[in-house]
Write a protein that binds this ligand. Structure first.
Ligand SMILES: [Fe+2]
Ligand SMILES: [Fe+2]
Length: 173
């Protein structure tokens, strides 16, 4: 079967959905389990989101009509809300607490909403805007990018930012 970036991104959304469903089943006593699942979620979400922002979204925006431009703006705003607000709040909560359970639940709901919008709107448009060869090329680019130093540095910076913001928040709350 031919490679297709839209299938890869959809499969990653599904993997994230499963991780969030597992996280929802944990109790306040399952601290190690919660920490492990959060790490897995971030390890798959961060490369996905950063590559979308740096490569896929700009390529989409370049070809999109007016509705596509709005879809692009919505998607990017949702990324920013998760990066700047939701993830730092999650990191400011202790894993063995109801705060953590509540904040990660909202995190999962944001991701579900965002993934569904991408799949139902942006990816549907992208299927018309990009040829199957282009979608295969994007898929190859994504796979190579994930192994690159640039990606590793970007993700380390993201993690540091979430951690630092989290630390500041826990001092002030
Ligand atoms: Fe996204
Ligand atoms: Fe996505």
């Amino acid at each position: 079967m031919a490679r297709d970036i839209l299938k890869t991104l959809k499969a990653e959304h599904d993997a994230l959905r499963e991780l969030f469903a597992e996280l929802k089943e944990t109790t306040d006593r399952g601290i190690k389990k919660r920490e492990g699942l959060l790490e897995e979620i971030e390890a798959s979400l961060l490369p996905h989101a950063k590559w979308e922002e740096q490569v896929f979204y700009p390529a989409f925006q370049e070809r999109a009509d007016r509705d596509g431009q709005q879809t692009y703006a919505e998607a990017l705003t949702e990324h920013h809300a998760v990066e700047n607000s939701v993830i730092p709040e999650v990191h400011a909560a202790e894993p063995g607490t109801p705060e953590f359970a509540g904040r990660t639940k909202v995190f999962g709901e944001f991701i579900e909403h965002h993934a569904r919008e991408e799949e139902k709107t942006m990816f549907r448009m992208a299927r018309e805007l990009f040829t199957s060869e282009e979608r295969a090329q994007l898929d190859e680019h994504y796979e190579a990018w994930k192994q690159s130093d640039a990606a590793a540095n970007l993700i380390a910076a993201e993690k540091a930012k979430a951690g630092i913001r989290g630390a500041v928040k826990s001092l002030t709350h």
